[in-house]
Ligand binder design. Structure first.
Ligand code: HDD
Length: 707
């Protein structure tokens, strides 16, 4: 039975008159709740077909409380578009964040290459750089233990060059044939759908224990490199050997390295774990905030150049992507810098839709025979066809070259262009039309003319057989503390492996890396006997060590790019806060005020100091060092507050400098903190700065047991 209209439904009259583009379009909706306050000229809202929309709140109904009509093309179009808003996420590197910037060449490589991006000094080549984790989905967290992607798209005058690298200079496998297996093994297990964004599970370690070529990269993955403090504080590597080709067609091998201006820095594992709950977007937010503040991250680009003859003398095969070339063997030559200075306007249009491909290289850069690289040359374009929906993804603005481009490729899904070349000719050669694009021997891409002799077959070069020597070199090159971190990471990961024989096999491999490491991990796992080392085809070499591969010794003592949290509460001394803040900002740190309430704290002199974060929601893991200016009364009160006690206890446990005033002593005591050289008074700003420029590494054995 039809209901009589109630006074409520009777109020649902037709919407207000269509606002013109010059009028304010703020108006009340039918329920009377809508207020749009932004000023300015508002163009009329339209459908995708350009039809003006009169009411964006209510679908079309037969009666105020009646069914919605199929006729409502505005509703249907809006919902249909929404239903298709997501595209398949990347199978790997799904979670990423990116920024625009430029590359400036400072040293010409003209002797080695014709690529203008590497020969023409001074100009700014636009770049778009995307950082990513590897294993987790797009909605996973920023700080798991994982390799980080470091992909740079250079929009060069001779077409796009994509340097699609990682923050680790080697890879897990030698042949692209094994990539799907590796990725299946590391991603969440197929029957249960977990763990997300973690290598600490049976399938990954099963794969590792059966594929000893992974061991070198596994040692990197277990090092502090995979728990970076910031994307701005990571190195990047092109990984493979590429070729540079000069005007005479001569080839030189090259490896590419990015070095961060802020220095390389990592977190400690417990901190990385806690960051996952404190701020899932920690790295993304950090990059965003730095760029918004004009604190533009910068990297130096260096190359290692070597010839075929040089390569013959290396005690490893440089075509094997599980090997690196120590810089003690082939020094790094700085050639330029990259600055990221503009955040994307739209995450989806740019960061999500950007499509990198190692096959995108301008003339003067060429590929090596690295079998992993060769497989990659196929995979990226192929994945983008399905991820971005067809062959015209190159026309999406973030992917399109910024130099002129012409060819006879036509049509296809989502063709956006009416080509400049009009008329009958969409083929080559042709004699019907002037000014059609033609190939150019002089300017066109040339491949290195390499002589090859051999027997066709599915084979692995014998020179790829040594899987342990560089893993050993990497481990033994680390400082004792970094070695302990690696041993502890291995214990953590293997403790998450439920299958005993997988755990044991992994430890067996470690015997080849370093018997002492194997014993430490076995002890950490509670194994009663040391599992046997598997047979090797090649003897493990004791290669010269490479101290350049450490992080801890090489961390830059600086507060630039670092963030300090100052805890205040009602009654805090404003002058002490202001003095400390001034001193910290003078040396380049960012300072954030944390208070029990986000509205801020009423200081001793009665003024209100606004807070950047609320204590319980802004734990100390998000800071590089912490300070506090508290009255004894507030200190005593906060000593009973878990969030305050954890703030200091975590900062101490994560080896951070603490500037704690007298009023804070009660909290330190509640946290069981025994002050050391890294705990100073906030009045001693210079002492605090000196302590905060590094981590308090000497404290670590006192706060946790490392393997
Ligand atoms: Fe890959 C994405 C880096 C080996 C297949 N890879 C991808 C990204 C990075 C890397 C940084 C994300 C790019 C972005 O931000 O969009 N990949 C590497 C490095 C490797 C490597 C440094 C070894 C040296 N990759 C590799 C192999 C294969 C792939 C051997 C396949 C044979 N990679 C892909 C892919 C992805 C990808 C499936 C996923 C999404 C995409 O390409 O666009 O095609």
């Amino acid at each position: 039975m039809a209901r009589p209209p109630t006074s409520r439904s009777a109020a649902h009259k037709s919407p207000p008159a269509l606002p013109s583009s010059t009028q304010s379009n703020s108006f009340r909706g039918n329920a009377g709740e809508l207020q749009q306050q932004a000023g300015g000229k508002h163009p009329v809202l339209t459908t995708q077909q350009g039809i003006p929309v009169a009411d964006n709140q209510n679908s079309l109904r037969t009666a105020p409380r009646g069914p919605t009509l199929l006729e409502d093309f505005i509703l249907r179009e809006k919902i249909t578009h929404f239903d298709h808003e997501r595209i398949p996420e990347r199978i790997v590197h799904a979670r990423g964040t990116a920024a625009h910037g430029f590359f400036e060449l400072t040293h010409s490589l003209k002797k080695y290459t014709t690529a203008k991006v590497l020969t023409d000094i001074g100009g700014h080549t636009p770049v778009f750089t995307r950082f990513s984790t590897v294993a987790g989905g797009a909605g996973s967290v920023d700080t798991p233990r994982d390799v980080r992607g470091f992909a740079v798209k250079f929009y060069t005058p001779e077409g796009n060059w994509d340097l699609v690298g990682n923050n680790i200079p080697v890879f897990f496998i030698q042949d692209a044939m094994k990539f799907p297996d590796l990725v299946h093994a590391v991603k969440m297990e197929p029957d249960r759908g977990f763990p997300q964004a973690a290598s600490a599970h049976d399938t990954f370690w099963d794969f590792v224990s059966l594929m000893p070529e992974t061991l070198h990269m596994v040692m990197w993955a277990m090092s502090d490199r995979t728990i970076p403090r910031s994307l701005r504080m990571m190195e990047g590597f092109g990984v493979h050997s590429f070729r540079l080709l000069n005007a005479a067609g001569e080839s030189t091998f090259v490896k590419f390295h990015w070095r961060p201006k802020l220095g390389i820095q990592s977190t400690v594992w417990d901190e990385a774990v806690k960051l996952q709950s404190a701020d899932n977007d920690f790295h993304r937010r950090d990059l965003f905030e730095a760029i918004e503040a004009g604190d533009f991250p910068e990297w130096e680009l260096s190359v290692q150049l070597f010839t075929e003859q040089d390569a013959e003398r290396f005690p490893f095969d440089h075509l094997d992507p599980t090997k690196l070339i120590p810089e003690e063997l082939v020094p790094l030559q700085p050639i330029g810098r990259m600055v990221l200075n503009r955040w994307p306007d739209n995450f989806f249009a740019e960061t999500e839709q950007v499509a990198f491909c190692p096959a995108n290289v301008p003339p003067g850069i060429d590929f090596s025979n690295d079998p992993l690289l060769q497989g990659r040359l196929f995979s990226y374009l192929d994945t983008q066809l399905s991820r971005l929906g067809g062959p015209n993804f190159t026309q999406i603005p973030i992917n399109a070259p910024k130099c002129p481009f012409h060819n006879m490729q036509r049509d296809g899904h989502m063709q956006m262009q009416v080509q400049a070349l009009k008329g009958r000719v969409n083929y080559e050669p042709s004699s019907l039309l002037a000014d059609t694009p033609r190939a150019s021997q002089a300017q066109g891409f040339r491949h290195f003319a390499q002589a090859d002799d051999g027997v066709k077959g599915r084979v692995r070069a014998e020179s790829f057989a040594d899987h342990y020597s560089q893993a050993r070199m990497f481990y033994r090159s680390q400082s004792p503390l970094e070695q302990a971190h690696m041993a502890s990471a291995l214990v953590f990961e293997l403790s998450k492996v439920g299958t005993p024989h997988v755990r044991e096999a992994a430890v067996g491999h470690l015997q080849h890396v370093d018997p002492d490491l194997a014993q430490r991990v076995a002890d950490g796992l509670g194994l009663q006997t040391l599992p046997p080392a598997p047979a090797t085809t090649e003897p493990v070499q004791d290669l010269p060590l490479s101290p350049a591969l450490r992080i801890i010794d090489r961390m830059k003592p600086t507060l630039q790019g670092r963030c300090i949290g100052i805890l205040v509460a009602d009654g805090s001394n404003g002058t002490s806060v202001a003095n400390l803040r001034k001193a910290l900002e003078k040396v380049g740190a960012t300072v954030k005020i944390v208070a029990p309430k986000v509205g801020g704290a009423v200081l001793k002199d009665g003024t209100l100091l606004p807070a950047d974060g609320q204590l319980a929601g802004t734990p100390s893991v998000v800071f590089d060092a912490v300070a506090s200016v508290l009255s004894p009364a507030m200190g005593a009160q906060l000593a009973k507050e878990a969030a305050a006690v954890d703030w200091f206890r975590d900062a101490f446990g994560h080896l951070k400098a603490i500037a704690a005033c007298k009023g804070t002593q009660a909290i330190l005591q509640a946290g069981g903190i025994e002050p050391d050289a890294g705990v100073v008074d906030p009045a001693d700003a210079q002492g605090f700065i000196a302590a905060a420029q590094t981590r308090q590494w000497g404290r670590e054995p006192k706060v946790r047991t490392l393997a």
